[in-house]
Write a protein that binds this ligand. Sequence first.
Ligand code: PLP
Length: 390
Amino acid sequence: MKLSNRITGMVGAAGGGWELFFKARAMADAGEPVVELTIGEHDIRTDPVILAAMDRAARGGHTGYAMMAGTDALRDAVAERVQARTGVETTRANVLITPGGQSALFAAHHATCDEGDRALFIDPYYATYPGTIRAVGAQPVPVAAHAEDAFQPRAADLAAAAPGAKSLLVNSPNNPTGAVYSRATLDGIAQVCRDHDLWLISDEVYDTQVWDGTHLSPRALPGMDARTLVVGSMSKSHAMTGSRIGWLVGPQEAIGYLANLAIHTTYGVPGFIQEAALFALEQGPGLEREIAAPFARRRAIALDILGRQNAIRALPPQGAMYMMLDIRATGMSGIGFAEHLLETHRIAVMPGESFGQAPAGHIRVALTVEDARFAEAFQTLVDTAGALAA
Ligand code: PLP
């Protein structure tokens, strides 16, 4: 039987370096001592106090259908959080609770793009972006951000791609580059959206992981709250990746329609997960800082090691749990270097090529293993690059 083009064409042809991730996983599963610096998952689990809240909620009876757009209490808490951080008036009518940020990315594109519409996104990009855009029948259009600009996108490049497009997806703090977009970058993005009548989809799932600079939500820029959908998640801020809990914040009309999408797809997020999420948000920024702290420590370890060599060029990441390293001095591609590192030292990193064309010749290192092990692996990585570049 023939399947739809939409599902068979959703993910591009395999390649671009994800094979390396699967190879490393297979080696680790076979018992080899692989240091996995690949995906963005904390090396800690969800805090026991959050799990206790989840347990209390489930045992207290929250195991039936929950409100599909989210419980009033959680929507209120998210609205309050967003308003406090951005100054933009936000109520529960602006908030849809979703099963994670990924679901919110899908919902945002579903709400803004029709069949065949051009949907812009920035390259380097988080792996699911093009597939998410194709999943709603739209056409993914990458706009490159360059290493020499510290991976901040240029407004002129966005303006050149904008005519006829429906939406622009941006992500700051950025996965995979660690860039935190400056006020000037965000002003440029907002200007392009206003000039070309684009929806802005702002993926802010790393907003609690900022090491340098300040996170600014573009929804707070002049005239932007009516055309911005903000993706949020508790995966990274509260180490709740497996709980699948996030949100979309945007204009009331959009959120109203999107509640229908929730009814016709997920039928909402389990009530006991929503209760646990509410409890987690109520713990305030202290818990969030505690969860983010290991990444700041490992960033410092990496910068210290990088300061004593000159084969690898790297911009200190301003946010998120990754570092992008320029390994072009080795004469290898990101894929070639990552394969060499895995084969010779059992250290797995992501080739830059997995995240688009712009980060070719780079590798992405996730700051997601315990400090001493991270320091040892990172030193080996740097020594390996040094030997190749010599
Ligand atoms: N957006 C970015 C940039 C990410 O890196 C991720 C996960 O790694 C997500 C969205 C989706 O996260 P989740 O669906 O777990 O909230």
